[in-house]
Design a protein around this ligand. Structure first.
Ligand code: AVJ
Length: 327
């Protein structure tokens, strides 16, 4: 059991015509320069993100881990109350270190399901394929490497059962509230009657706590951001000089928008491959990522605008993080 299903080779073409290349060039040529945070997750990026999740400042992982460890029985009961004969699909599964508790609970309950972890990182999916047989003996699973909706269709083609979709780790925070709304609407269109969605939200809390989570003292989050520039240098033949950029995380407590930037420290030119030269002005920001924070009212609004009805909510003891079950 070790075949990862991934996007057909026609989609990832040679160096200068890949979607990665096109997205990077489009973002760097924009009036307000930006990069897509999904590209953080190459092999070194995966390692750095693992380290972020272990940072004392990055409370999100510990919060959701607590929810999964202590409330898996309640979550499984909610699944069975609102769905029957289902599989589990996880969008952005990562190392699945939180969801394994829930998966184990379902196995213990005798639920007959297949687990479909979906991730943009082929590296992550391969690691899961290698580790799951040991961590969860008897689990039926199929790793899917690629984009969420494309791979959700693949999961539905493989198995006709209803799907319970896990979208944990506050991954939804990587969308602006506007984009989160259209993501939820799109996701709902890819779901069938009787499917459920369990999604994790990082909640608004003291702004300093939030800012610190994205500005850890060891500088791992900074390295995580710089790694994307290094990836561009490596994979797209770029020549970013990392020492000429500064990591600048921000949090706006009013809107809940936590954004990180890399600030150009001087007027400079960056070359990508043979054909592209990007000019940066001194102090010009390169927008790297949003990690949106929500309050419960905003989450209920998002559910209803997305076409979902809230079913249950599971929170950690400090009420810093919630996993919502929607139908
Ligand atoms: C994986 C998107 C949930 O936004 O908190 C962590 C990524 N970036 N530190 C987040 C991230 C910087 C993370 N998500």
């Amino acid at each position: 059991h070790s075949t990862v299903i991934s996007t057909p080779a026609t989609v990832s073409r040679s160096r200068h015509t890949s979607t990665f290349y096109n997205d990077v060039v489009q973002g760097l040529r924009a009036q307000q320069k930006y990069l897509d945070p999904k590209y953080f997750y190459d092999a070194p990026g995966d390692v750095l993100f693992q380290q972020i999740m272990q940072c004392p400042e990055y409370y999100l992982t510990a919060c959701e881990m607590e929810i999964m460890q202590e409330q898996s029985a309640a979550i499984a009961a909610a699944f069975d109350e609102h769905a029957s004969d289902y599989d589990i699909v996880e969008l952005g599964a990562g190392d699945a270190s939180k969801s394994v508790h829930l998966l184990k609970q379902l196995l213990d309950n005798g639920v007959d399901y297949t687990y479909f972890p979906i991730d943009i990182s082929g590296n992550v999916i391969q690691l899961l394929e290698d580790s799951l047989p040991e961590s969860l003996p008897g689990l039926q699973f199929q790793g899917l490497q690629g984009e969420y909706f494309e791979m959700l269709k693949v999961a539905n083609d493989i198995s006709p059962k209803r799907k319970i979709i896990l979208f944990m780790g506050a991954n939804i925070g990587n969308f602006t509230p506007f984009a989160a709304r259209s993501f939820c609407q799109q996701l709902r269109r890819h779901m069938h009657p009787g499917d459920l969605l369990l999604t994790g939200f990082d909640l608004k809390k003291h702004p300093q706590l939030i800012l610190h989570a994205y500005n850890d003292d060891a500088g791992i989050t900074r390295e995580f951001n710089f790694n994307l520039l290094r990836r561009i240098n490596r994979e797209l033949d770029g020549n970013f000089d990392i020492s000429q950029f500064e990591h600048f995380p921000t949090y706006d407590p009013q809107t809940g928008s936590c954004k990180s930037y890399l600030i150009s420290l001087c007027d400079q030119q960056v070359r990508i491959g043979d054909n592209v030269v990007i000019k940066f002005r001194e102090n010009e920001p390169l927008y790297m990522e949003i990690s949106q924070k929500y309050d419960p009212v905003e989450i209920d609004q998002l559910a209803s605008l997305g076409g979902f009805a809230p079913v249950a909510r599971f929170s950690d003891h400090r009420n810093w993080f919630s996993d919502y079950l929607w139908q």
